[in-house]
Design a binder for this molecule. Structure first.
Ligand SMILES: Cc1cc2nc3c(=O)[nH]c(=O)nc-3n(C[C@H](O)[C@H](O)[C@H](O)COP(=O)(O)OP(=O)(O)OC[C@H]3O[C@@H](n4cnc5c(N)ncnc54)[C@H](O)[C@@H]3O)c2cc1C
Length: 518
């Protein structure tokens, strides 16, 4: 792996290390098709015909992830079965200058697994083995295609579970979770995926197999594992993950409190956290989100509520009883009009089913919707929600809100009817204005869904050119050829080793309009 020089202070980004740029699609007159054919031959020779997909109709199955607004039919699909196969595919891609995109379950909501038309889509869905559960070490070792909930399934007989719980946990893969640093309702107390990944096996864009991290915490040296987690497949492919298991708590109590407004639910959130209670999760759903979830899973939300707050407290039984009583009291003092306490696991599961199905359920109350993802400081919740409503009213669209209130991670769902003249554009405009609102309040353009294809254009609103150059230095240290998931995260593809205003003329790729220097 190439190493990077450490970046200097802001504004004085050092020159990227000189590297040999392997332009995508091969050099010396070989075209994209030749490169793809060579990769297909290399994989087919070792793993057989059913390890690849070349038929255009079948390739269409993989043309998008969970963000179906972006679609690209991949040049070739490789069904990965083991690490060596991914290494062989990456080596062939490297040799022939072919871009590649890793894909887990394809549930990403930022177009991160959007294929490259002249590249390889490496699908890890068949790498679904839980390799080890080591309860005594509180660790599990899993292949990248293992479904999030399957880790908990394997750990449960030992009294453990996997804490990061994206709402898509029944279908999304650990490889995707690692690449997106995914979060979920219970990440407020337990931390995001990055806090639960101790080591990975990782195949570089050159096809080398590396191990990053160890079973022991806090290895010396640069935190390359931390760099890979959340890198959205732009540094290489995760082929195995060692994850932390968390002991099942002795007690869990869950309540659902109805409030007249989201403001009041937000005030209750601040009161609970301000009182020093750290619930496992605090989630808010507004009236529209409740309407959608009710239609799908019949939770029977409190009548007259304009918002509900879900509070879950877990831990040692005595502590849970005290904290839960405190949470109930604070909800009442903040104006709760009804409080339902889950009597057992079935009632708790129903509360969570309503919350976790809210995104998909919105399809029941609107023909089209955009799922937005931004973060704000929790204290700005009321103001941002009010401003969001004003923007939506002005544009004549509706916004449903369901969010991780405890850590200020918003998921506004902008509802619209694409069949109505101009409504799609207005919804997109509101969606972009919501991100601007998050930034204006000191927040971020994404909380957990990643940048992918969708938000690359927003990166310069949050980062300076120097910031982005520094990130490029990191990417180029791993992937000097720019072959790993190109076109994601960065607003414009750039060639490693090139700096604005330098060089002896445009690179052939620039002349071909394939890449540009920024
Ligand atoms: C209904 C719904 C609810 C959701 N709720 C949440 C939520 O609560 N929290 C949350 O964080 N997200 C949520 N998501 C988004 C999504 O499920 C997560 O981002 C998830 O981690 C993606 O996993 P995946 O296996 O589907 O990855 P994919 O969509 O296949 O890929 C996502 C990214 O990871 C990269 N990647 C995949 N596998 C690898 C690998 N082995 N090595 C390197 N890179 C890889 C891809 O290139 C891509 O950039 C939700 C999505 C849906 C549809």
């Amino acid at each position: 792996m190439t190493t990077s020089t450490s970046p200097g202070p802001k504004g004085t980004v050092p020159e990227p290390p000189p590297v040999n740029v392997t332009p995508p699609f091969g050099e010396g007159g070989r075209g994209a098709k030749d490169g793809l054919r060579a990769v297909a031959d290399a994989v087919r020779a070792r793993y057989g015909e059913d390890a690849i997909l070349t038929d255009r109709q079948q390739l269409r199955t993989y043309e998008c992830d969970g963000l179906a607004a972006y679609r690209v039919v991949p040049g070739l699909v490789v069904f990965a079965r083991d690490t060596e196969q991914i290494a062989a595919a990456n080596r062939a891609c490297h040799e022939h200058g072919v871009p590649f995109v890793a894909r887990g379950s394809g549930t990403g909501l930022s177009g991160g697994a959007l294929p490259h038309a002249e590249g390889v889509l490496l699908v890890t869905a068949q790498m679904r083995e839980v390799l080890a559960v080591r309860a005594e070490d509180e660790r599990a070792v899993v292949q990248p295609g293992v479904i999030n909930l399957a880790v908990t399934g394997a750990a449960a007989p030992h009294g453990y579970y996997f804490a990061p719980d994206p709402s898509s946990q029944q279908v999304c893969s650990i490889g995707g979770n690692v690449a997106e640093n995914s979060g979920g309702a219970h990440c407020l107390k337990y931390g995001f995926t990055t806090n639960h990944v101790l080591a990975v096996e990782f195949v570089t864009p050159q096809g080398e197999v590396e191990r990053l991290g160890t079973m022991a915490p806090d290895a010396p040296g640069y935190d390359l594992l931390g760099t890979v987690v959340g890198s959205e497949g732009t540094l290489g492919v995760v082929t195995e993950a060692t994850v932390r298991l968390v002991r099942k708590p002795e007690a869990v109590r869950t309540l659902l409190a109805g409030f007249e407004t989201t403001d009041a639910a937000g005030a209750a959130t601040s009161a609970i956290i301000g009182a020093g209670v750290l619930p496992a999760a605090i989630e808010i759903m507004d009236g529209l989100a409740m309407e959608a979830a009710e239609a799908a899973v019949h939770v029977q939300y409190p009548a007259g509520a304009g918002a509900v707050l879900i509070v879950e407290v877990d831990g040692p039984a005595a502590e849970v009883e005290a904290e839960f009583a405190q949470a109930v009291r604070l909800c009442e003092e903040s104006g709760a009009i009804a409080i339902q306490v889950a009597a057992d696991d079935t009632e708790r599961a129903l509360i969570w089913k309503g919350r976790k199905s809210a995104f998909a359920a919105v399809g029941r109350i609107s023909p089209d919707y955009i799922v937005q993802d931004g973060v704000i400081p929790r204290t700005a919740l009321s103001e941002v929600l009010r401003e969001m409503k004003r923007l939506a009213d002005e544009a004549g669209v509706r916004v449903a809100n369901v969010f991780h209130a405890g850590d200020g991670n918003l998921h506004p769902l902008v509802l619209f009817d694409g069949g109505r003249q101009g409504e799609t554009e207005r919804a997109e405009e509101v969606s972009a204005q919501i991100l601007a609102l998050c930034l204006a309040h000191g927040g971020s353009i994404t909380g957990e869904h990643g940048v992918g294809s969708d938000k690359a254009k927003h990166m310069p609103k949050m980062f300076t050119a120097e910031d982005l150059d520094t990130m490029q230095l990191v990417r180029c240290a791993f992937d000097p050829g720019g072959l790993a998931n190109p076109g994601k995260i960065f607003p414009t593809p750039r060639l490693c080793g090139e700096r604005p205003g330098r060089g002896t003329g445009p690179h052939p790729l620039q002349q071909a309009g394939v890449a540009e220097v920024f």
